[in-house]
Write a protein that binds this ligand. Structure first.
Ligand code: URP
Ligand code: ZN
Ligand code: ZN
Length: 464
């Protein structure tokens, strides 16, 4: 289908101008003033922004965790992402300990195929990486999996030791790929958890109280130090607090090759959510946990000063009633994670641009361009340009809506609560387009499961 978008304000990470935009054969084929072209469909975007579709580099669809699976699969999760203006996700495939990473990749391809309605790529969660297996990292890169996630947290589950980290980082540095770090000292945290449980402290708030910010900062410091010695870049995922950010700033000031992401939950929610009665705090059991509110100013500063480079969701939803309840008597058994893939763009526009903390260009950079660059998808994704995939959002910067699990306009995730219940946001994704196909228009779903393509990503080339 050919599509002409007239009169929009096109905003990328660097541009801001009014023009018409013509889409043909899945890509943007012309941008100009008063374009004189025939199109099967014309949309008038007067008064609206035309921005690149969001790129969310951190989601967990259908992921086994804590004895259950995250509640969104690739069908419900990508559909919800599209409603929220995200047209690309990079999800985490997982290696089973002792098994091949390539087998893990096959499993995740099977989960996504026929289900995804937007384009998707995979990182690989590496749970062991013996010398004999190192060759698999290069094979993964050939398959378009050019980044890996490794965990300093969750001993006995996903945790890898420092030697494994170093080995994998050296190989990633040689191959031109990127290690993403869950940076928290899980060994010490597990000791603190044991002490709390022995004292009968079992409610959700102890999830946060047993994961001090110093243990995140220590993990960030150690991950960066190991990456420096391995001569490899490192990307810190879901950075939550000022303590950890300080380590990134110190490292970047000395020229270390480090990038970091934060997430809406750390920008908009805080540890007071764990004080809710009746186990409600379990809705916010995620790792790292929500922090004291004052941390948020530091994170916003990190985003605008360029020490934090992207905003991802870490979307990992578990239903309150039948999944979070697994930890009713023991907070350490509550599956970790929260929903959010649908809410990122509006939340960040509202709290960033409308609140005067971020420029429009920075908003686009953090939610689309930088993740596309860091993870080998730019300029196919992450910008509005001739030749780029026509992944676009027509965004109404004035319209407001209230996020709620009960609001059919804001909640398409397959989970029985919203982490942002009752938040009023200014800025709504009105029309969402993926490779020239309209997926969402006027809150109606026009997309189709299975048309999302797997994205073979390129090697790491930094942010420039
Ligand atoms: O609580 C979280 N973040 N769950 C998802 C797994 C992870 O650590 O990213
Ligand atoms: Zn993590
Ligand atoms: Zn995650």
């Amino acid at each position: 289908m050919s599509l002409l978008i007239r009169n929009g304000r096109i905003v990328t990470a660097v541009d801001d101008y009014r023009a018409d935009l013509f889409i043909e054969d899945e890509v943007v084929s012309l941008i100009g003033q008063s374009l004189d072209v025939e199109a099967e469909r014309i949309i008038d975007a007067e008064g609206k922004l035309v921005i690149p579709g969001g790129v969310d580099p951190h989601t967990h669809m259908d992921m086994p965790f804590g004895g259950t699976n995250s509640a969104d699969d690739f069908e419900s999760g990508t559909r919800a992402a599209a409603f929220g203006g995200t047209t690309t996700i990079i999800d985490f495939a997982m290696q089973q300990k002792g098994r091949s990473t390539l087998e893990g990749l096959e499993t995740w391809h099977a989960k996504a195929a026929g289900k995804a309605s937007i384009d998707y790529g995979f990182h690989m969660i590496v749970t062991d990486m013996a010398d004999e297996r190192l060759w698999e990292m290069r094979r993964l890169a050939d398959e378009g999996v050019t980044s890996y996630k490794m965990f300093m947290a969750y001993p006995d589950v996903l945790y890898v030791d420092d030697g494994t980290l170093f080995r994998a980082m050296r190989k990633a540095g040689d191959d031109g790929t990127l290690v993403c770090m869950h940076a928290e000292n899980g060994i010490v945290i597990d000791e603190i958890v044991k002490l709390a449980l022995a004292e009968g402290k079992t409610s959700p708030k102890y999830h946060a109280l047993t994961r001090p910010t110093r243990m995140e900062a220590e993990g960030v410091h150690r991950a960066i130090a190991i990456a420096e010695v391995a001569d490899a870049p490192v990307y810190i995922v879901h950075l939550s607090c000022a303590d950890a950010l300080e380590q990134v700033v110190l490292a970047r000031d000395r020229g270390a090759w480090v990038y970091a992401e934060t997430c809406p939950q750390y920008l908009f929610l805080d540890s007071s959510h764990y004080d809710h009665e009746d186990f409600e705090g379990a809705k916010y059991v995620m790792t790292p946990p929500l922090r004291e509110r004052w941390n948020q100013d530091h994170l916003w500063r990190g985003l605008s000063f360029g020490d934090l480079h992207s905003i991802a969701t870490d979307h990992c939803p578990f239903c309150f009633h039948d999944q979070k309840a697994l930890g009713k008597d023991n907070f350490s058994k509550i599956p970790n994670g929260a929903p959010g893939v649908e809410n990122r763009m509006s939340l960040v526009y509202n709290g960033g641009v409308a609140a005067g903390r971020l420029s429009l260009n920075k908003f686009v950079e953090l939610t689309s361009t930088a993740p596309a660059k860091l993870f080998g998808l730019f300029p196919r994704k992450g910008t509005v340009a001739v030749g780029s995939d026509a992944d676009l959002v027509i965004f109404d910067p004035e319209r407001r809506e209230v996020i709620s699990a009960g609001n059919p306009h804001t909640h398409h995730m397959r989970v029985d609560y919203s982490a942002y219940e009752g938040f009023e946001v200014q800025g709504v994704c009105e029309t969402v387009i993926s490779r020239g196909r309209i997926l969402v228009e006027d809150k109606a779903w026009l997309g189709r499961a299975g048309v999302g393509n797997y994205l073979k990503r390129g090697l790491f080339s930094g942010l420039s």
